[in-house]
Design a protein around this ligand. Sequence first.
Ligand code: PMP
Length: 361
Amino acid sequence: MTDAADFPVRVRPEIAALPPYRQGKQAGAEAFKLSSNENPFDPLPGVVEALQATTGVNRYPDASAARLRERLAERFGVTSDRVHIGAGSVSILYQLVQAVSGPGDEIVFAWRSFEAYPGLAVVAGSTAVQVPLLPDARHDLDAMADAITERTRAVIVCTPNNPTGPIVTQAEFDAFVEKVPADVLVILDEAYAEFVTAPDAVDGMRLPGGAGRDNVVVLRTFSKAFGLAGLRVGYAVGHPRILDAARSTGIPLSVTAQAEEAALASLDAEHALQERVAVIAERRDRLAAGLRAAGWNVPDAQGNFVWLPAGEHALAFAAAFEEAGLIVRPFAGDGVRISVGEEEAVEKILRIAASVVDHLP
Ligand code: PMP
């Protein structure tokens, strides 16, 4: 390949410098893949049938996924112009940031948090302002409010926080939003909302706050609890003006008819969904309790994953897990995130984690 310096087409230097999106490692047949916060279950009842019944791949899908918007609007008690569908919630994140932020602007978010956030700011030509988490791995919302300047165009709040696990409470979120200027967009990323069991957790769909405020948009996804990660469908609820702007920056027609049908079918399987979510939450709690009993300082875990603050040992610990057939996600120098997957993996994780804890600093 030609050296980047000799290549004639000019790529924006900040884009060339971006690390490629790092996907959770794939697992071989013998290993458990616990590196991407995926759902271990088969599709919800009705989903496969809905996919099989979807015909007409020679036709473009409905650009606004109107049926799914209607259905979600009903579910959350809003009008359908307050719902926007995207090819995964990550694509809506990009749309929103592009819609509000440009060169010289700033995007504020907690760090460590979802790995896509720094790239969103850069793609928009803006600056990522990363506010360190508190020692217990929660958002430092006071510091985030203080980090807002006149250049800030959006603040992202991730709850439960990927990869560390804790939630933001409703009271904390309400107090935070009061401090954010009305012209700054607050993106409440609730990708893992369905797994939350903490009664005081923020619920962005609790109206008229959250998604009912003009400058708050709530993001959710069918990738996690609903188990449709491979089909790419997520949604936003918020003010129509913001969602219209997001649509203008998005790639048209990126949500397929298959994705829309599968999402609709999975919404019909509410009972099975709740059962599965309860199973995952129970495994998560058992895992977190077992890890704490073994000496790990595991933060509150409210998503479908647990966080091991392994510091400088993160890569070595992930390698030890992999050796034992557990593919987990290391964050160099910081920690290891383990998704809650199959039941058989729970005991295995506890065994490996107990054997490596002695090497902690
Ligand atoms: N937000 C958070 C916090 C996530 O962890 C993820 C997926 N890892 C997403 C958004 C994006 O999910 P998707 O694009 O599959 O909806």
